[in-house]
Design a protein around this ligand. Sequence first.
Ligand SMILES: NC(=O)c1ccc[n+]([C@@H]2O[C@H](COP(=O)([O-])OP(=O)(O)OC[C@H]3O[C@@H](n4cnc5c(N)ncnc54)[C@H](OP(=O)(O)O)[C@@H]3O)[C@@H](O)[C@H]2O)c1
Length: 272
Amino acid sequence: MNTIGVIGYGNMGSAISQRLKLKYKVLVFDKDGLKTKNKGIDIAGNCADLARQADLLVLAIKPQDFDSVLAEIKKQAVGKLVISIAAGISTAYIENKLGKVRVVRAMPNLPAKIGQGMICLCKGKFASDSDLDFARNLFGNLGKTMQIEEEMMNAVTAISGSGPGFFYYLIQNQQEDEWQKYAQQVFMPQLSASAEKLGFSHEQALLLAKATTVGSVALLKQAGLSANELCRQVASQGGTTEAGLKKINDIMSLPDATAAALKRAEELSKKE
Ligand SMILES: NC(=O)c1ccc[n+]([C@@H]2O[C@H](COP(=O)([O-])OP(=O)(O)OC[C@H]3O[C@@H](n4cnc5c(N)ncnc54)[C@H](OP(=O)(O)O)[C@@H]3O)[C@@H](O)[C@H]2O)c1
């Protein structure tokens, strides 16, 4: 692997780029040049320029920005592995826009910033098992990985993708000793039960809940940022976490928040 190109340098794109940069050559592009300026990372001139120079593309843009970005990189993406981390965008949707391109879909979470993320992956119809293995190894640099069926991607978005945002929101007024206890005794079991309700097996639910809770706690301890600020970084505008947070605000229920996040992921879904 020579160069990894990351399109979108927001909350997740920057976390992924900064982490992968420790091991790989990473090139990034964000349409807001201020986000990438002086960040110690190589910057491409635009999406097409980045796609031309990179051997593998990571799409870290919001679902609503997909159509324009896919149109911009269509020519250059031919023959390259394309990894999308967006909520709701199916591999078939990307294949329909880009043609016979090898696509892997991944759902990371914010603790990927410190290598303690939970990343679930699946592959599209033109990607091979070795593409998926490669992507799993790559994302192994960002945390724990789990292969899932694509039909469970929206559910995983609601549990491990949005989960850190729910955690940071729920503990924002607590002292450290309180939130440490809350994480283990309340949040993790509730998140695991919510995951089972959304269709995961007991083992999968436990893994997702444990990795999400442990990663969220570790990031809060290490990042030097408030729970409030970390919550803001998870909740991209119009996204699944924002939808779940509205529910938490109304009735303080984690299962209802994850159900609202799942509903939003389904609304955002672009299947074909
Ligand atoms: N945040 C999370 O914890 C999380 C977790 C898992 C998955 N995700 C997924 O990751 C994706 C990104 O989320 P995020 O929270 O990182 O969002 P974000 O902070 O808004 O980052 C997206 C970035 O892409 C930029 N962008 C938009 N159109 C572009 C274009 N044509 N070319 C280059 N850059 C462009 C945006 O610029 P503007 O702001 O100027 O539009 C923004 O800087 C989403 O699809 C989300 O579903 C997020």
